[in-house]
Design a protein around this ligand. Structure first.
Ligand code: NAP
Ligand code: MG
Length: 478
C-alpha cells in the first residue's frame, strides 16, 4: 500500500477543438447545423464543443453517399483497399497523442488507458483487417466472397475510437461502405477518424459520419437503403433495433451488455487473482461491457480476498483523467453517474454491505465514483443481476465448482467470464461449462484484434475481431 502522494503529472491539453462540428458526408464536412448538442468534459463539466444533430435528411444523404461510393469501392482490388486501411492505421499511430488526449477529455477515461489501450488497439484493428482485404478468398477457401453493401454502424461511449475501429475496419476491408453514428457524449475521436480518412485519400462516401443522439441512430436503422446494421450498446436499445430490423432483410449484429462472472478458487495464485479482479472491474471506471462485475469467491478464502481487495482499492488513484498517475477517471456523463448512484443506494437498501475504502477527496466538479465493492450480496439482489456499468463489484461465495457454474450462468447475459485456479483440468472444465462468449483463465480483459469477441443470450450475437469479425460484412456463396 502506498502512503505517499505522487506529484501531479498532467498531460498537455494542447489539441485543437473547434467550437462546433458538422457531419462527414460524401467526403465533405457539412457546416455545423442549427440543431446541436453540447459535449461535456465529464471531469470538470466544461463544454468542449458542440456536435450537430443529424435528422432523417442528413442520414439519407449519408446513406446515399455510401451507396454511390459502394459501386467503385466494392470492386476495387482487395490489395488497394488494404493500402487505405494500412494508411489509416499508420495515421492513427502518428496522431496517437492527440487522439488519446481527446478521448480522455471527451470521455473521462485516464490518459494512461487511452494512450496505452484505446488508441493503439484502434490502430491494431486497422492493421489487422488491412491484412485480410486481399486474402478474403483464403479466409473462406473454395467459396466466392463479396461485400454486403452499405453498413450502418452505431457505437457507444465507453471506447469511442476503438469501437469505431472494431466496426469500420472489417467493413471497409470487405468492400462495404459505412455510415457511422458515434455516441452523443463522445463523438470527437470518431470525427478525427473522418479527418484521417480524408488525409489518406479514402474515396469520398466510403466512410460517412453523422453525429446525433438516439433518434439519429434510429433513422439510420430504419433507412431502407442500409444493408447491414452493426450495433454496440445497451440490451434495451439492441432489442428495439432487432424488432425494427426484423423482416426487412437487413443483416444485424448486436454487441450488448453483460454481468460477467469472475470465479476465484482457493487454489488460485491469490495476489495475481486479486489484481486481475481489480483490473477486471475498475478498468475504465467499470464502463466495460465485459467487466467482471460479479465475483464468486470460494467460501474458505472470502476473508482473505475481502481484506486484500480492501487494501488494493486504497491504492487506486481517482482523479484528473489527464494526470498520467490516475488509475480511475471520471464517470462518462451525469446520466451514467446517476444510474450508478441508484445502484449503490439499492445495494445498501437490499442489505448488502458497501466497502469504499478510497483515500483522498475526489475533485469538486465532474462526475466521480470511487472504486467500491459490496459483500453479503444475494443472487436475487439487484446489484447481482443488473448491469451497473460503473466501478462497483458484487462479491458472492460458492462451495463447489458446480455451484460456481450454476450461479455464474444464472444471468440473462453471456458475454465474458474469468476463472482463477492453478488446476488446469478444472480451468478447462469451467471454461467448457460457462455460458459466455469469452472465458479468460488466470487473466481478464485480454482482447486482441485477431481474436473474435461477442456474446450469447442477451449479450447479443455475431462476433467482432478475427476472421469471424469479417464474416457479417461478406456474402459468402457456395
Ligand atoms: P445505448 O444507449 O444503447 O447507446 C448506444 C448507441 O446507440 C449510442 O450511439 C446511442 O446514441 C445509440 N442509440 C440510442 N438509442 C437508439 C435507438 N433507439 N436506435 C438506434 N440507436 C440508438 O448504450 P450506452 O448507454 O450508450 O452504452 C452502454 C451500454 O453499451 C452498456 O449496456 C454496455 O454493456 C453496452 N456495451 C456493449 C459492448 C459490447 O461489445 N458488447 C461494448 C460497449 C458497450 P446516444 O449516445 O446519442 O444515446
Ligand atoms: Mg463528452
Amino acid at each position: 500500500m502506498t502512503d505517499f502522494d505522487l506529484v501531479p503529472a498532467p498531460e498537455t491539453t494542447a489539441v485543437e477543438i473547434a467550437d462546433a462540428y458538422g457531419h462527414l458526408i460524401g467526403g465533405a464536412w457539412t457546416s455545423p447545423s442549427g440543431n446541436r448538442m453540447s459535449s461535456i468534459n465529464p471531469a470538470n463539466e466544461e463544454v468542449l464543443t458542440e456536435f450537430s444533430v443529424a435528422g432523417a435528411d442528413e442520414v439519407s444523404a449519408a446513406v446515399g453517399a455510401a451507396r454511390e461510393a459502394f459501386k467503385s469501392w466494392s470492386v476495387l482490388p482487395g490489395r488497394e483497399r488494404g493500402k487505405f486501411l494500412f494508411a489509416i492505421a499508420r495515421r492513427i499511430q502518428e496522431r496517437a497523442r492527440e487522439l488519446a488526449i481527446l478521448e480522455t477529455m471527451d470521455g473521462g477515461k485516464p490518459i494512461k488507458e487511452s494512450r496505452d489501450v484505446d488508441i493503439p488497439e484502434a490502430a491494431k484493428h486497422f492493421f489487422y483487417y488491412a491484412g485480410w482485404a486481399d486474402k478474403l478468398r483464403f479466409a473462406f477457401p473454395g467459396r466466392e466472397v463479396g461485400a454486403v453493401g452499405v453498413a450502418g454502424q452505431i457505437i457507444p461511449w465507453n471506447f469511442p475510437l476503438l469501437m469505431a475501429a472494431w466496426k469500420v475496419a472489417p467493413a471497409l476491408a470487405a468492400g462495404n461502405t459505412v455510415v457511422l453514428k458515434p455516441a452523443e457524449t463522445t463523438s470527437l475521436t470518431a470525427l478525427r477518424l473522418g479527418e484521417i480518412a480524408q488525409e489518406v485519400g479514402l474515396p469520398p462516401g466510403v466512410l460517412n459520419i453523422v453525429t446525433g443522439a438516439g433518434e439519429t441512430g434510429a433513422a439510420l436503422v430504419d433507412h431502407p437503403d442500409v444493408d447491414k446494421i452493426a450495433f454496440t450498446g445497451s440490451t434495451v436499445v439492441g432489442k428495439a433495433i432487432a424488432k425494427s430490423v426484423a423482416g426487412t432483410g437487413k443483416r444485424l449484429t448486436l454487441e450488448l451488455g453483460g454481468k460477467s462472472p469472475h470465479i476465484i478458487f482457493a487454489d488460485a495464485a491469490i495476489d495475481e487473482a486479486v489484481e486481475g479482479i481489480v483490473q477486471g472491474i475498475f478498468f475504465n471506471q467499470g464502463h466495460v461491457c465485459c467487466a467482471g462485475s460479479r465475483l464468486f469467491v470460494e467460501e474458505s478464502i472470502l476473508e482473505v480476498i475481502t481484506e486484500k481487495l480492501h487494501r488494493r482499492i486504497q491504492t487506486i488513484r481517482v482523479g484528473d483523467p489527464l494526470d498520467k498517475n490516475t488509475d480511475l477517471g471520471a464517470i462518462n456523463s451525469k446520466e451514467q453517474w446517476e444510474i450508478i448512484q441508484g445502484f449503490l443506494k439499492t445495494g445498501a437498501e437490499e442489505g448488502a454491505t458497501l466497502h469504499s475504502p478510497s483515500k483522498g477527496e475526489v475533485p469538486k466538479r465532474g462526475y466521480w465514483v470511487p472504486p467500491c465493492f459490496f459483500t453479503g450480496v444475494e443472487p436475487a439482489h439487484t446489484i447481482a443481476r443488473e448491469e451497473i456499468f460503473g466501478p462497483v463489484l458484487s462479491v458472492m461465495t460458492f462451495r463447489t465448482p458446480s455451484e460456481a457454474i450454476e450461479r455464474a450462468n444464472n444471468t440473462p447475459y453471456g458475454l465474458a467470464a474469468g476463472v482463477w485456479t492453478d488446476k488446469g483440468a478444472k480451468a478447462l472444465e469451467m471454461a467448457h461449462q460457462l455460458k459466455a462468449g469469452v472465458v479468460w483463465l488466470n487473466s481478464y480483459n485480454r482482447l486482441d484484434a485477431a481474436s473474435p469477441f461477442g456474446g450469447y443470450k442477451e449479450s447479443g450475437f455475431g462476433r467482432e475481431g478475427g476472421r469471424q469479425g469479417i464474416l457479417p460484412y461478406l456474402k459468402v456463396d457456395g
